[in-house]
Design a protein around this ligand. Structure first.
Ligand code: ATP
Ligand code: MG
Length: 414
């Protein structure tokens, strides 16, 4: 991508209506556009980051056998009444709308009901189970407060997966396998070492705990207590002596921290499948309940978390795996520099290296500042002076380390 063609622009002005660092930086760098509080559009470079995160999540869900679908945003009332989740006294953050004829519709905030309802068309016998089904799509929630940028949206991107199993034992295995996949997702996003499996409230339908995945951050809304040695944590909301005993945790081993919930997995037992009348028949021809799990990851929230955690006073610092480009190519000087930089740009592209080419007629300082604000992992500078010595300047965004490399060293690095 040539920066001269990119329709978004960076700005030095910190948006006055944003208090969250992730939103400030992402708006300043031209990655997202704010429509209203809690509702953000993704511009070309922002969409690339989001797609990269989606790609990692998708790969890891596919690796454990997840089958991808796309459920609908518009939801019929009747299936939600069967599980008693239509009533606003039960679920208070619905957006709802109406058809022209007055029929009420829900705007999808999660998708257990439609997934189970659709599964009812296909599941009959024990041979049809088990499976994981997942989607990556927008969710809509009428959140009370939306001041944290991508961390709390009213419209946001979630990956939600559901497992349907024939027995409790089969469910437990699927559940733990999904948790392992979750850890791999957080590792690949660079937040694995500060993301803890955290015991939390199990939701309205079970007495068991759920597992939250909490990424340590000062901006986190949740208070959690971490057991470093065991690499787990417990959410303050369930922190009682009785629960600590149940979980085999010792109050003295726990350290209080703040976390952002980047995922949450639940044991649903057979509450949804029973309520929506979806059963299977076992080998003896007897009708049996289907045991479910559900597994959410906040995809857009994770983009906000990474932006927030990996940034400095100059701007964003994307981990290589999700950066919108690997290299920010700066060109300084006249015709000779243009020719050299154009050539390098084409060659890097042909080798599959993603390059953001700053081919604008701007001052060097402006180009360097933009490369830092945008957080591209490596900056390569072509200038008249360097051409003479047949070198390229190579700067690593994370460390600020700069060196002059020969052509072959540059290509070896990239
Ligand atoms: P929270 O407690 O933060 O409101 P939740 O427990 O209601 O979240 P879940 O229903 O567990 O959220 O959704 C699964 C995941 O989706 C969460 O772990 C989180 O990462 C993400 N998520 C939930 N609500 C939002 C939101 N408003 N904006 C962005 N991501 C969200
Ligand atoms: Mg949750």
């Amino acid at each position: 991508m040539r920066l001269s063609r990119l329709f978004t622009r960076t700005t030095k002005n910190v948006p006055a209506d944003e208090t969250a660092r992730n939103a400030q930086l992402l708006i300043q760098a031209g990655y997202i556009h704010k429509e209203m509080a809690g509702v953000y559009a993704y511009m070309p470079l922002g969409l690339k980051v989001l797609e990269n995160i989606k790609g990692i999540v998708r790969e890891e869900m596919n690796n454990i056998g997840g089958q991808e679908v796309l459920m609908t945003t518009l939801q019929p009332r009747d299936i939600w009444e069967k599980t008693d989740r239509w009533d606003e006294k039960k679920v208070d953050n619905w957006f709802k709308t109406k058809l022209a004829n007055g029929t009420e519709l829900g705007v999808g905030l999660t998708h257990e009901e439609p997934i189970v309802d659709a599964s009812g068309n296909y599941v009959n016998s024990y041979k049809d189970l088990p499976y994981y089904v997942y989607q990556i799509g927008n969710k809509f929630r009428n959140e009370l407060r939306a001041k944290s940028g991508l961390l709390r949206g009213r419209e946001f991107l979630m990956k939600d997966m559901y497992s349907l199993a024939r027995s409790q034992e089969e469910h437990e295995q699927m559940y733990e396998k999904a948790i392992e996949a979750y850890h791999r997702v957080y590792d690949r996003l660079g937040v694995g070492d500060r993301t803890y499996r955290t015991y939390a409230d199990g939701g309205i339908f079970t007495t068991r705990f759920s597992d939250e995945f909490q990424t340590l951050s000062d901006v986190g809304e949740d208070k959690i207590f971490v057991d470093e040695a065991k690499q787990v944590a417990i959410n303050e909301e369930i922190m009682t002596d009785e629960n600590l005993a149940k979980l085999g945790l010792n109050r003295d081993d726990l350290v209080e921290k703040r976390g952002v919930e980047v995922g949450n997995t639940f044991h649903l037992e057979s509450k949804y499948t029973d309520a929506l009348d979806v059963y299977y028949t076992n080998e003896q021809g007897e009708r049996r309940s289907i045991i479910m799990g559900c597994y959410g990851i906040g995809v857009s929230r994770l983009m906000g978390v990474v932006a927030e955690l990996f940034s400095d006073d100059k701007g964003l610092v994307w981990p290589e795996e999700i950066a919108p480009a690997k290299v920010y190519l700066v060109r300084i000087g006249g015709d000779e520099a243009v020719r050299h930089a154009d050539e390098l740009y084409e060659e890097l592209k042909s080798k599959g290296v993603e390059v953001l080419y700053d081919d604008r007629d701007a001052r060097p300082g402006e180009k360097f500042a933009d490369s830092e604000l945008m957080g591209i992992p490596y900056r390569v500078t072509v200038s008249d002076r360097l051409i003479e010595s047949e070198k390229y300047e190579f700067t690593t965004r994370k460390t600020g380390e700069t060196s002059e490399l020969t052509r072959s060293d540059l290509f070896a690095k990239l």
